[in-house]
Design a binder for this molecule. Structure first.
Ligand code: DLL
Length: 458
């Protein structure tokens, strides 16, 4: 598509595109309702600004583009984005801690960082305008999913360097909600506050909401009796089966997805309609997504699966251009917000993929199949070992309390068969009693890969 260039873009000027606070938070904002053509011409203008701005203000982008022989001036059409090289976590790590920032520290108002369990943490930063945009987009997600101004919102995303807690917090405030900043953990306290404060909405990871449901049961309280009506869940992959599990557990609760990643902003990059529940719409007035083949880097068409790549269109503190997320999904046309494309559920991360005797497998595939067996619970872990030079997988899964061990063992046989016939992997299943596996307090760990453990530690 060719878009006529509009406003002039010079780039030491600050971002002219920060999202204004909504005038009526209960109503969709104008960008949310734009047509596809309007969104694409907005994207063209904003991309032009972003490319120049990053090139002029961040040495790492300048070096990357100079080395590739491209210049922001080469961007004459939305399709031209593809000539600019991808960036990745390594690109950001090299800039550790502050070399990726495009503004002086005096303009920075917040710094977050990834946990850094796999090495150096990734540092991300926000200016006043960035925080404004972030709050507005998270508020948009919450409203879209069914939270209303005036609702009490229990926020069980972790506060701190993780973007979940504070990102969700300011979004809910911006929507006009009364936020209960509970953070993650202290499950008994969570249960007590939900009972006493009677919030209409809850924000947490899907697996942590299951932990909270267990907390209710341990007190002999039926989770169906809570005041909760809307849950906005994200930060980890989850399936439609998990949505059903959560909605059934809490009775009248409606569970929607929210997606995001720190490098691109945090929660609120995409959000799901509470009416349609048909996957998250990516807010394309601020982010341009692409799907690429993770192996040969080629760009995939609408509906084709691959790795999600993002370009942020309006960020000031930390420009992010063609960032490889490692998240695997596909792009779909917008429905409730036709100008913005949707993303399918994330099936997993390319770096979380288990390769078991040549077969690729994701924990979400096991989740989907396990939850089709009523006798089995959503609490499971995958243990991978290599006892005799051959990879072996054990699914350790808890039975549900209402069923006997024999019934659960029968269901486990069916699950084993389904995993073999639908995923293609042989595995063993170990049925555990309820409450044996460690519970999630945030992002759950499903994979325990012991293949490269030193000999003697088996
Ligand atoms: O998890 C931001 C967030 C907080 C999103 C709260 C939603 C709610 P990071 O810690 O940087 O940021 O982790 C980002 O988490 O690349 C995905 O792999 C995964 N992820 C986030 N949301 C979803 C989701 C936050 N809805 C990484 N579905 C991403 C599946 C998700 N995976």
């Amino acid at each position: 598509m060719t878009v006529t260039p509009g406003t002039q873009t010079t780039c030491s000027v600050k971002n002219p595109y920060a999202a204004a606070a909504p005038t009526d938070p209960a109503q969709p904002d104008p960008e949310e309702l734009m047509s596809r053509d309007q969104i694409e011409s907005l994207q063209f203008e904003r991309l032009k600004w972003t490319l120049h701005y990053a090139y002029e203000n961040v040495a790492a982008y300048r070096e990357l583009y100079d080395e590739a022989g491209v210049h922001p001036g080469d961007f004459k059409d939305l399709d031209d984005l593809k000539i600019f090289p991808y960036t990745d976590k390594e690109f950001l790590r090299k800039a550790y801690p502050f070399k990726g920032f495009a503004t002086p520290m005096s303009e920075i108002r917040r710094i977050h960082a990834s946990s850094g369990t796999t090495g150096q943490p990734t540092v991300v930063a926000y200016t006043e305008n960035d925080l404004q945009t972030w709050g507005t987009l998270v508020a948009r997600c919450f409203r879209f999913s069914g939270i209303k101004p005036g609702d009490k919102v229990h926020n069980a995303y972790g506060y701190g360097l993780f973007t979940g807690g504070l990102g969700a917090h300011y979004g809910a405030e911006r929507l006009g909600c009364a936020v209960i900043p509970m953070s993650g953990g202290q499950t008994e306290k969570q249960v007590q506050l939900i009972r006493d404060f009677e919030p209409q909405a809850i924000l947490s990871t899907p697996t942590y909401l299951l932990t909270i449901a267990d907390g209710f049961r341990h007190l002999g309280v039926d989770p169906k009796k809570t005041s909760l009506r809307t849950a906005v869940l994200g930060a980890e992959p989850w399936t439609e089966e998990m949505r059903r599990e959560i909605e059934t557990t809490f009775g009248t609760l409606s569970a929607c997805d929210i997606y995001g990643l720190s490098e691109v902003m945090g929660p609120g990059v995409a959000g799901e309609s509470g009416e349609a529940k048909d996957g998250s719409h990516i807010w394309e007035d601020h982010f341009r997504p692409e799907i690429i083949d993770p192996f040969d880097d080629s760009i995939m068409g609408m509906g084709q699966p691959g790795e999600l790549v993002f370009t942020a269109l309006t960020k000031e503190a930390l420009p992010i251009i063609r960032y490889r997320t490692h998240d695997l999904t596909r792009l779909l046309p917008g429905t409730e917000r036709p100008g913005h494309r949707r993303m399918g559920k994330i099936t997993g991360r390319s770096d979380d993929m288990i390769i078991l005797r040549g077969v690729n497998l994701f924990p979400t595939q096991v989740e989907e199949l396990a939850l089709q067996q009523p006798e089995l619970s959503p609490h499971f872990a995958l243990e991978i070992t290599r006892p005799n030079r051959m990879d072996e997988m054990k699914v350790r899964i808890e039975r549900r309390e209402e069923f006997t061990i024999d019934q659960a063992e029968e269901a486990a046989k069916k699950l084993q068969h389904d995993i073999k016939s639908k995923i293609g992997s042989s595995c063993r299943i170990e049925v555990l009693d309820p409450d044996v596996l460690p519970r999630s307090v945030g992002k759950i760990r499903r994979i325990y890969d012991y293949r490269n453990r030193p000999k003697g530690n088996e």
